[in-house]
Design a protein around this ligand. Structure first.
Ligand SMILES: C[S@@+](CC[C@H](N)C(=O)[O-])C[C@H]1O[C@@H](n2cnc3c(N)ncnc32)[C@H](O)[C@@H]1O
Length: 171
């Protein structure tokens, strides 16, 4: 019984630390709705085989939609352990293990240079810190779609005022 209580306590602590860590290092978990994901993916004009990154991939819903609806290959980066494990389980159950890779870590430390499309749903101050990394690592032509928050200084191609979506193209 003691072992069970200790294990439970340990898991709760991991969950809480992870939650606090992501909130202070990037953004809290607020999932994008299915409707918004659809519009984001359509805005980015993803072609089959393109590599789509979701920075802070949560439960993997953007990755899964990019692969299933657009035939993309998808890479997620997620810092929070519980959501990382959840997304791995979802991807595995759906049989998408070959098309989706999820990295457990900090997207500020991951090389983004292979991306054709990058999605973000973070916070304004996180976008402000991320902007120079995107400029430095992404190839010309790479599209960046941001939910709710802007990347001031990146070339804006289109925006959806109603859904608060912003499409940029790296030059
Ligand atoms: C607003 S949620 C968006 C989740 C998903 N992209 C979606 O649209 O449904 C932000 C996610 O980013 C993760 N996150 C925050 N900072 C991070 C960092 N520095 N590196 C990796 N993931 C991070 C959080 O754990 C959370 O799951």
């Amino acid at each position: 019984m003691n072992i069970v209580i200790s294990a439970l306590f340990f898991l709760i602590m991991v969950f809480l630390i992870s939650l606090i860590w992501t909130n202070t290092h990037g953004a809290p978990w607020v999932p994008t709705s299915r409707e918004v994901i659809n519009t984001m993916l359509t805005m980015a004009e993803i072609k089959p085989g393109e590599i789509v990154y979701d920075l802070g991939s949560g439960d993997g819903r953007v990755l899964i939609a990019a692969v299933r609806r657009f035939g993309a290959r998808a890479v997620g980066v997620e810092m929070d352990v519980s959501r990382f494990l959840w997304s791995i389980a979802a991807v595995t159950l759906l049989g998408l293990g070959k098309q989706v890779r999820v990295i457990r870590g900090d997207f500020f430390k991951v090389d983004l240079s292979e991306a054709d499309v990058v999605f973000t749903y973070l916070l304004q101050n996180t976008n402000d810190r991320l902007k120079d990394k995107l400029r430095k690592e992404l190839r010309p032509g790479t599209r960046v779609v941001s939910n709710t928050f802007t990347f001031l200084g990146l070339p804006l191609v289109r925006n959806d005022d109603e859904l608060k979506l912003f499409l940029y193209r790296i030059t």
